[in-house]
Design a protein around this ligand. Structure first.
Ligand code: GN1
Ligand code: MG
Length: 367
């Protein structure tokens, strides 16, 4: 990345100081993220610069509107609660001339966010960290539980519409533009066999049994900043997909990522499983802050959130594999295939452990 772009962005946002360092952060499969350190009169200040992936986010302006609203709401609540250290507990989106985004001459879309100091993200977690991650995301949902969902835009339409994700997979399989369908016959058969579960939440919603809420929609364990000394959860990050949705996906996605005994793209499927102790730590952290705000049906469906978030992620990876890796960043041509297989293996294990998950979840249901 040309360093000139960073200088140009600093000027646009009127950020003061000399550029000391730009570090690319390995974060996420979608956007490119950099830490930019500036120094003014011997004082250093860091910012987070992100290039927004406009193939994935067709209208980045919608993200700005959502992030503005949601961060203001959280900040206001933290202030009211007399919370110290607010800067580390909620992100700030920088603006220039009333604009949240900056477009370079060649139409790259950038934004600048606050940097959370003395904090880090993890991709591996012990039980204490799992509790903390769960708590961080649960608290995020609780803080937003009175934010009107209708005020938010759908930054990616049908993002967690599992039936549509399944359909997209079946279509891609049939079209087979890359000639890769032959490699996933077994996976295709399995997805067909579980297809009947895909619309569970849509049905509940149509029957007025569950509400649409403001949710994060991408609760991977590395989307939360943790204090480097205490492992306390601080700000929830990656707010691009905050929009109306079902709470069970947030819980399910957190479990999918952090309670897997293997990495998201593990090729050795014998290593992949859903660790029930990890589930319990995450559930305790996540469900406590929302237990008195969410409905009993939502709470009871949290384990189904794990199954559906995992199946959905699997079919998304496999769809991208079939379409030639156009959506997720990949390190090699089989990357999405490995990811998809790993997620299917995890989903199979989650089906087996549905009962165990339900028993644990039961403890946090307040009736
Ligand atoms: C993407 O950007 P990142 O890596 O946090 C994706 C999520 C997937 C996840 C799978 C906008 O998240 O939906 O669950 O990869 N984000 C988008 O690792 O599609
Ligand atoms: Mg994301």
């Amino acid at each position: 990345m040309d360093i000139k772009i960073f200088t140009e962005i600093c000027q646009a946002y009127k950020l003061k100081g000399d550029m000391m360092q730009v570090t690319r952060l390995k974060r996420g499969h979608i956007n490119d993220t950099y830490r930019v350190d500036l120094s003014e009169n011997g004082k250093e200040k860091s910012y987070l610069f992100q290039r927004v992936n406009d193939f994935v986010f067709k209208n980045p302006q919608l993200i700005v509107s959502n992030v503005r609203g949601v961060t203001a709401h959280i900040r206001h609540k933290l202030e009211k609660n007399g919370e110290p250290d607010i800067k580390r507990r909620v992100l700030k989106l920088y603006e220039h001339d009333g604009e949240g985004l900056y477009y370079t001459e060649d139409k790259q879309c950038w934004r600048v966010m606050s940097f959370v100091y003395n904090a880090t993200t993890y991709s591996e977690f012990d039980l204490k960290k799992l509790y903390a991650i769960g708590f961080g995301f649960g608290r995020f949902l609780a803080l937003l539980s009175d934010f009107p969902a209708g005020d938010l835009f759908e930054t990616i339409p049908d993002f967690h519409n599992t039936p549509k994700r399944f359909q997209a997979f079946f279509d891609a399989y049939k079209e087979d533009t890359e000639g890769r369908a032959v490699n996933i016959k077994e996976e295709y058969d399995y997805v067909c066999s579980v297809c009947r579960y895909a619309d569970r939440f849509e049905k509940l919603y149509m029957d007025h049994k569950i509400p649409m809420r403001v949710v994060h929609n991408d609760t991977k364990g590395n989307n939360i900043m943790m204090d480097i000394e205490t492992d306390e959860p601080l700000a929830v990050i990656d707010l691009d997909t905050v929009m109306p949705g079902f709470a069970m996906y947030d819980f399910g996605d957190a479990v999918r990522y952090a309670a897997n005994t293997a990495a998201e793209d593990e090729g050795d499927l014998s290593k992949v499983s859903l660790d029930i102790d990890r589930y319990e730590a995450l559930a305790e952290g996540f469900l406590r802050p929302i237990a008195d705000k969410f409905t009993e049906i939502e709470m009871r469906n949290m384990p189904w959130g794990v199954i559906l978030a995992t199946l959905e992620t699997a079919v998304r990876f496999l769809t991208d594999y079939l379409q030639g890796d156009v959506y997720f960043k990949v390190e090699h041509s089989d990357h999405n295939l490995l990811r998809g297989r790993c997620q299917l293996a995890l989903a199979k294990d989650a089906f087996k452990k549905l009962n165990d998950m339900e028993k644990i979840t039961e403890k946090y249901i307040k009736i």
